[in-house]
Ligand binder design. Structure first.
Ligand code: SAM
Length: 274
């Protein structure tokens, strides 16, 4: 079968799950051929080896079951950089790029600070920040072994392994030292929320934050106070603003909330006077 035909057939198989079926088919084939999409267009009459064709249609079948394309290619783009990803670790979302922007708005690029990230996942937040904040050091935790492995690969890939210390534990239970800034994109979905099919392939511990969803966020606010951090920047669910606002106000704190590009409440910046 030639490339053009294989792509046409594959796109048909993906038409129920993908918004851009041909584009996704091209991504999957270029991933197998280790070529870019332009190559596919230039060589569209070229015959595909039987072995490669088999691998390609196996990937297409998995994608047709809604399995995320990033878990197949093992690549994900975040903040215009490429990261390694694999099943068992949350696929970073574009809205989390806003959390990075909020940190950069609130922290001087040359400041000598210790930043703690709760729930590093694939490592995207700490890695981008480690590249931007020249004099900062990072301590990042996660309860997931897989997240530890994948973030380690990404720290190396982006040459920041010297700046980010990984620690496997819950919240900041294993962090003794003083931290100035806490950042987190914690799990914040309510336990009984019905997930879209494609999200069900992602790890539960990265998604569900408790019965109402914001339980872990409230714990993180408590930790920021206990640790006497000056700044907490945290992502949250679109419907959690009121409960987080109330929780903070009870403690005499005034969070500043920010919205995502869809106009939904998505996170908050909490400045703490110690
Ligand atoms: C929503 S994911 C965010 C991953 C990554 N920071 C990102 O933005 O793509 C949440 C992460 O928190 C981790 N996690 C869940 N509960 C935790 C806890 N109690 N302490 C530390 N990490 C936790 C999960 O394993 C997951 O990697």
């Amino acid at each position: 079968m030639i490339i053009k035909e294989a792509l046409r057939l594959a796109a048909k198989k993906l038409s129920d799950v993908a918004r851009r079926p041909l584009f996704e088919a091209e991504i999957l084939l270029s991933n197998i051929l280790k070529q870019d999409r332009v190559y596919l267009h230039i060589h569209n009459e070229e015959v595909l080896e039987e072995k490669l064709l088999k691998i390609f249609f196996k990937d297409i079948e998995r994608r047709a079951q809604n399995f995320p394309i990033e878990y197949i290619t093992k690549k994900v783009s975040f903040y215009s950089e490429e990261f390694y990803i694999e099943e068992g670790v949350l696929i970073p979302r574009p809205e989390t790029e806003l959390l990075i922007d909020k940190v950069l708005e609130n922290v001087d690029l040359d400041e000598k600070v210790t930043v703690a990230e709760i729930g590093i996942g694939s490592g995207v937040i700490s890695i981008i920040l480690a590249k931007k904040l020249k004099n900062a050091r990072f301590i990042a935790t996660d309860i997931s072994k897989k997240a530890m492995e994948v973030s380690k690969i990404n720290l190396k890939k982006h040459s920041v392994e010297e700046k980010v210390e990984l620690k496997e534990c819950s919240l900041l239970d294993c962090v003794e030292e003083k931290v100035d800034i806490i950042v987190s994109n914690p799990p914040y979905i309510a336990k009984d929320f019905k997930l879209d099919k494609n999200v069900t392939f992602e790890p539960e511990e990265a998604l569900f934050g408790g019965k109402s969803g914001d339980e872990l966020i409230k714990k993180i606010i408590d930790i920021a106070l206990l640790k006497e951090a000056n700044l907490l920047i945290c992502e949250m669910g679109y419907d959690q603003k009121e409960s987080i606002k109330r929780y903070c106000e009870k403690k005499g704190l005034r969070p500043e909330f920010y919205k995502d590009l869809a106009g939904l409440d998505r996170g908050f910046v909490l400045k703490i006077d110690n």
